[in-house]
Ligand binder design. Structure first.
Ligand code: FES
Length: 59
């Protein structure tokens, strides 16, 4: 599923960037080799980061 339509980033792309250590939206864009355009996807990416962090904390 596309999260960022400007840069054609999918949830999988973003998940991979998070797994590789990206811990904020700017690092995720950087890891994916792009920069944000309209910024509409930033909140969704922040939510994904929070979800991943919560999942890592839970046993
Ligand atoms: S939707 Fe991601 S920068 Fe526009």
């Amino acid at each position: 599923m596309y999260i960022c339509s400007c840069r054609a980033l999918t949830d999988k792309d973003i998940g991979t960037a998070i797994q590789e250590g990206a811990d904020c939206p700017s690092k995720i864009y950087q890891s994916c080799g792009c920069r944000p355009d309209c910024g509409r996807c930033v909140q969704r990416i922040v939510t994904m980061l929070k979800e991943r962090k919560q999942n890592m904390i839970q046993p």
